[in-house]
Design a protein around this ligand. Structure first.
Ligand SMILES: [Zn+2]
Length: 343
């Protein structure tokens, strides 16, 4: 029995020694493994992931993602592209490119830009090309963001880009150099309008110019004259009045679809150019808030206000040009580099 402690002590010593050695070995191995893991998975450590290891050697980077295709870029921008070569009626071509659902309305919207460049449809000839970027809107007409038209008859390519200038309420179309596409009437019946949705030149046999504008927009006299008529054919015209020019050509200006007329707007009242006479509305045969403005000669012939009244093209201010040019480049990048492919 007395030998046991001795025997026991000896093994104790001999066990402690190897146990410590083993523990050191395990620690060393574990540490080594941990160290190895830490080196082989640097991304688990935000610091080592952010800093390139000096001794990491060549690292195989994943291949860069392929550049987005034009179709992916268009989808991201929420736009669709039309690219056609005219080979018959414009609407047929646009339906061919944009489909039956969007085509007819898109034709109308595009025509409103084309009429500022050429006679539609008279000047359109086979082989003309039309490219456009547009945005579909369920239950509403599409918004066109860019148009490029190459005319065989005029041997010229025209382009327009939709842009909202700083301080403006509504977007407008501008040519490549920042000049506004549409003319502006010097003495317009409304100042603030979203867009002109009907022109005498757009081939719809509509007698007036429709200014799309919110209900309540001030409506002004376009020349000095006398209120010569009010509230006729209410079912179609809604609230309406007419001013006949004092002197000059004795033209008459007709204002239709107004909000309720002011009490003092009586037949025989003299009005001054620029005087606010009523507010725009959506009465009578009208599908959306707008002002129908119509000009007729003393003999009753329909006149085009853009030919019969003073008008001019506005240009973007220099301070707006960098933003406009950036938008122009973005839209050009989404349009085909060349015009429509020959079928
Ligand atoms: Zn109208």
């Amino acid at each position: 029995m007395s030998a046991l402690p001795t025997l026991g002590e000896a093994p104790k010593r001999s066990v402690v020694g190897p146990a410590v050695a083993a523990a050191v070995l395990v620690a060393a191995l574990t540490g080594g493994v941990l160290y190895f893991r830490a080196r082989s998975a640097p991304s688990s450590d935000p610091v080592s992931a952010a800093l390139p290891a000096a001794d990491a050697g060549p690292v195989a980077l994943p291949p860069p993602p392929p550049p987005p295709t034009p179709e992916e870029q268009l989808k991201k921008a929420g736009l669709k592209r039309l690219s056609i070569r005219i080979n018959g009626p414009l609407e047929t071509g646009v339906i061919g490119g944009a489909g039956h659902e969007t085509g007819p309305a898109l034709t109308q919207v595009l025509t409103r830009t084309l009429v500022w460049w050429v006679h539609v449809p008279g000047d359109l000839v086979r082989g003309d090309t039309l490219d456009a970027l547009y945005q579909e809107r369920p239950g509403d007409e599409p918004v066109v963001h860019a148009v490029r038209f190459t005319s065989q008859k005029h041997d010229k390519t025209y382009a327009a880009y939709r842009f909202k200038a700083g301080g403006d309420t509504f977007s407008r179309f501008y040519g490549p150099l920042g000049d506004e596409l549409e003319l502006r009437l010097a003495d317009a019946p409304v100042d603030g309008y979203d867009q002109i949705t009907s022109l005498l030149k757009d081939g719809r046999r509509h007698k007036g110019v429709d200014f799309k504008t919110p209900v309540g927009t001030p409506v002004k006299a376009t020349f000095d004259g006398t209120v010569s008529r009010k509230l006729w054919s209410f079912r179609g015209n809604g609230n309406c009045f007419q001013v006949t020019e004092a002197g000059g050509q004795h033209r008459s200006a007709l204002y239709l679809h107004l909000s309720e007329l002011p009490e003092d707007l009586k037949v025989g009242r003299k009005v001054k150019k620029g005087e606010v006479l009523a507010s725009s509305g959506n009465t009578g045969h009208s599908f959306a808030p707008h002002l129908h403005y119509q000009l007729v000669s003393a003999g009753g012939a329909v006149l085009d206000p853009f030919e019969s009244q003073p008008s001019s093209h506005r240009a973007l201010e220099a301070s707006q040009l960098p933003a406009f040019e950036a938008e122009e480049r973005r839209l050009d990048g989404l349009m085909p580099a060349t015009t429509a492919p020959i079928p």
